[in-house]
Design a protein around this ligand. Structure first.
Ligand SMILES: Cc1cn([C@H]2C[C@H](O)[C@@H](COP(=O)(O)OP(=O)(O)O[C@H]3O[C@@H](C)C(=O)[C@@H](O)[C@H]3O)O2)c(=O)[nH]c1=O
Length: 173
């Protein structure tokens, strides 16, 4: 997982940011081809989406940013052979900071909104494939994510409420 903070050019009108530049990424050794852009809006604080991933051959790298509000973002290593299998990293991403996160293939990804009216934009390197789409429980004790508590508790989709544990999940070889 990589945090990227693009330069923000502020002036009397507001600001300007290059939110993605293929040449810069390539110069930094990151050669990815993004093929789909996503946008999610969450009305309340405590909306928790995750932990999601698509299995090979439809695995996705994800480049995420927040254009309104604030999220606590998590990536879990689900590469079976990895020394850090089952471990996670977490980072706050916000419109105010303008930071972005690159979640590579092989990681399950999720976030919880920290404030109402939060909008997340992200680019992915493969298109959506429901047959390869998987969800692992956000509260799997084997992963032990310390989610920040939100006043009204967490709001999850039906799919995420029925998600499996990491131990029972089909993961990356
Ligand atoms: C992810 C996705 C969903 N959909 C549809 C399926 C469904 O009817 C509706 C909502 O889908 P979901 O409930 O999966 O949306 P959501 O819970 O926001 O899923 C997202 O969560 C974050 C954490 C990620 O990392 C993303 O990759 C993605 O999995 O949108 C698409 O058409 N294309 C897509 O790429």
């Amino acid at each position: 997982m990589l945090e990227i903070v693009p330069k923000r050019f502020g002036d009397a009108r507001g600001f300007f940011i290059e939110t993605y530049n293929a040449e810069r990424f390539s110069d930094a050794g990151i050669d990815l081809r993004f093929v789909q852009d996503n946008h999610s809006y969450s009305a309340a604080a405590g909306v928790l989406r995750g932990l999601h991933y698509q299995l090979p051959p439809r695995a996705q790298d994800k480049l995420l940013r927040v254009v309104r509000g604030r999220i606590f973002d998590v990536a879990v290593d689900i590469r079976r052979v990895s020394k850090t299998f089952g471990k996670y990293v977490a980072l706050e991403i916000s419109a105010e900071k303008g930071n972005q996160i690159l979640v590579p293939k092989g990681f399950a990804h999720g976030f919880v909104t920290l404030v109402p009216d939060t909008e997340v934009l992200y680019k992915v390197t493969d298109t959506y494939s429901p047959e390869h789409d998987r969800s692992i429980r956000f509260d799997d004790p084997d992963i032990g994510i310390e989610w920040p508590s939100t006043a009204g508790g967490f709001q999850l989709s039906d799919k995420d409420l029925k998600a499996t544990t990491l131990a029972a999940a089909e993961v990356f070889a």
